[in-house]
Design a protein. Structure first.
Length: 319
């Protein structure tokens, strides 16, 4: 192990190797995960793709399991090692290479958080599609590759990743979509065009199993000044089915999801102390529908929504 650590130190320096027990605690558990804690043997913090590539080669040659770590904030323990090995902390790879307001795309590294990308996207009049239950410090690439549910899936589907740059376990670099075409290699960033064959899907749900993502081209959406949230109460999830069908038929809103009282209270409560009282006052099930657009678009969509008697079914609608 000393020989291996010396090899790694020659790549990233001793300061970017974490070996002590207390320093490994953040890598051993997820703060919103039910996966049992398990500590890696050590963690490393590369700062470039080339350093990451060299680290993977060392791990591959010495048969050391690798677990990528872009953020401990996820709901299923994806960054917790399944077996003790090397945790690859990708948070130093946190550059945003491009935010394109014309094609509404961004090219980012795995350490980029939703808060970081949202801030830059906002300057271009754009917004990031965010997960249902992850905080702003979560990694954008990891969240998308691990298919964390997004509020906007009912409207925009799951196609959020356009092209990828990945490192295989042996350190080989792979690019998907138009990024893999030789003519595109002169570009300083990943092309955002994607051919009809979506090779990106091969890597979904497998960050660290099949490869480690080092860059991705992602979809962004237009940022609107006018937003309105509508809450529709129900006594059970079964009652929501006609509503789901009607919302899809009328193509209403941008974001739409269902929540029970506990889940909605967790989203709305400002702190833990207010959770119980808020939960007690909420209906068993609530449909949440978000209208976005210019003032005229929001007004006519809300009017369509409120005037459709078959949709409302005599229910009290809260704004």
């Amino acid at each position: 192990m000393d020989i291996i650590l010396n090899q790694i130190a020659s790549i990233i320096g001793k300061d970017n190797i974490i070996e002590d027990g207390e320093g490994l605690v953040p890598y051993s558990k997820g703060n919103i995960s039910f996966i049992p804690e398990r500590s890696p043997l050590f963690a490393v913090r590369p700062g470039t793709v080339e350093e990451t590539k060299a680290l993977l080669k060392v791990a591959n040659q010495n048969k050391i399991p690798v677990t990528p770590f872009s953020s401990s904030v996820n709901g299923h323990g994806g960054a917790i090692p399944s077996v003790p090995g090397m945790t690859l902390d990708m948070r130093r790879l946190n550059r945003i290479h491009l935010v394109d307001e014309v094609q509404r795309n961004a090219i980012v590294e795995p350490g980029v958080t939703f808060a970081q990308l949202q801030e830059q996207a906002k300057e271009k009049g754009l917004r990031v599609l965010v997960p249902v239950d992850l905080p702003a410090e979560a990694s954008v690439i990891s969240s998308y590759l691990e298919m964390c549910p997004l509020y906007a899936w009912p409207k925009y589907d799951t196609e959020t990743v356009l092209t990828l740059e990945l490192l295989l376990p042996n350190g080989d670099l792979v690019k998907t979509g138009a990024a893999g075409l030789p003519i595109m290699n002169e570009k300083p960033y990943l092309p955002i065009m994607t051919p009809p064959i979506y090779m990106e899907k091969l890597w979904f749900g497998s960050q660290g199993t099949l490869a480690v993502a080092t860059k991705a081209a992602l979809k962004l959406k237009t940022r609107y000044d006018h937003n309105e949230v509508v809450f529709i109460p129900f006594n059970s999830f079964a009652e929501t089915l006609p509503v789901i069908r009607e919302i899809r038929r009328l193509d209403l809103g941008i974001e739409f999801f269902m929540a029970n009282a506990a889940y909605l209270a967790g989203l709305l409560a400002e702190n833990g102390e207010g959770f119980d009282s808020l939960k007690a006052g909420l209906p068993p099930v609530t449909a949440v529908l978000v209208f976005r657009g210019d003032r005229g678009r929001v007004d006519y969509q809300r009017a369509d929504f409120e005037q459709d008697n078959g949709f409302r079914m005599g229910r009290k609608i809260f704004h």
